[in-house]
Design a binder for this molecule. Structure first.
Ligand code: SF4
Length: 308
């Protein structure tokens, strides 16, 4: 199958077989996002999905873990998703983990019974773009959910037996609001208890509405130094309650990544972040953008150094 657009998935899914079931994002409205902006959202025909499964089977593939693409496969109707899950089990009986991205809205559109049926048929992890714990930031960024809705829908998927993982974004609250955002985010995450947290620190692209906000002066971006400090505050505040909370944070622009299991690696991660904060305090301000002379040099998230 030819993949359309950019391949985008959580680092936890790097070893999964990615099975596209939709193209693009059904919302495409978050102000900072250009991932699928050029694509017209559509569901892939069932026959095309089956053809792809057959191709992988004929090539000898035996995936145990499958990631359903693209931006929000969970937006598909439950009936359609169940059909896809059944097909996967038919072709790959050994596959017992099926994951995808999800928006809060895509969960809200499903009943408790539907969520339970999906969970019982192998749907396991849902990666949700939480981004911020501050309501005014979610509204400004045109996220499709508010804080209360996110919390309510996360509780519903957990009740249904699914695992929730959070995507967050340092820098999303803009200049001088990093610590405030970190504290609100940590409080949200401590209440909702994800298994994985991934921080995709903000990268501002010139083809997004957020860029126009910057041009108009309604949004002032945070520096990479602020983003590191925000990241540090989240790492400091996340509660583990005896669980193994995994944290992975990417600052692509400055090629920094910190990761680890918080219960065990927190001190090491904080020390690493302190070292980088000290380094960037001595440097001129750097912004993670594609439109200034201080452009981001990193091309992919795998092009990163200084991995803890
Ligand atoms: S952040 Fe996610 S939900 Fe928002 S537009 Fe981008 S892909 Fe769609």
């Amino acid at each position: 199958m030819d993949y359309e657009g950019r391949i985008c998935r959580s680092p936890m899914e790097k070893s999964s077989y990615m099975l596209p079931v939709t193209v693009g994002c059904p919302y495409n409205g978050c102000h900072f996002c250009n991932l699928f902006r050029d694509l017209h959202y559509r569901e892939l025909p069932f026959s095309q999905i089956e053809e792809e499964l057959r191709r992988v089977q004929n090539a000898g593939g035996k995936p145990k873990k499958i990631f359903l693409g693209d931006g929000c496969a969970f937006s598909l109707k439950t009936e359609q998703l169940l059909k896809i899950l059944n097909l996967i089990h038919q072709y790959f009986p050994e596959c017992d983990i099926i994951n995808s991205d999800a928006t809060v809205t895509s969960i809200r559109m499903k009943t408790d019974e539907e969520l339970r049926a999906l969970s019982e048929n192998g749907y396991k992890h849902l990666y949700i773009g939480i981004e911020s714990g501050l309501q005014d930031v979610l509204s400004f960024m045109h996220k499709e959910h508010d804080v209360v809705e996110a919390e309510r829908e996360i509780a519903r998927i957990k009740n249904a037996g699914m695992i929730y993982d959070a995507h967050i974004m340092s820098g999303v609250a803009g200049k001088e609001r990093g610590i405030e955002n970190a504290e609100a985010l940590a409080a949200f995450l401590n209440r909702t208890k994800p298994e994985f947290v991934v921080n995709f620190s903000m990268f501002i692209s010139s083809d997004t509405p957020l860029y126009q906000d910057i041009v108009k002066g309604s949004f002032q971006p945070a520096t990479e130094l602020e983003n590191l400090k925000e990241d540090r505050r989240v790492v400091e505040l996340l509660a583990t309650d005896g669980t193994e909370l995994f944290y992975d944070s990417f600052h692509d622009c400055i090629r920094k990544r910190v990761w680890g299991t918080l219960a065990k690696d927190r001190e090491k991660m904080l020390k690493q972040l302190d070292k980088w904060i000290e380094e960037f305090e001595k440097k001129e301000s750097i912004y993670a953008t594609d439109f200034s002379y201080k452009n981001c040099p990193a091309q992919t998230m795998f092009d990163l150094e200084n991995i803890v």
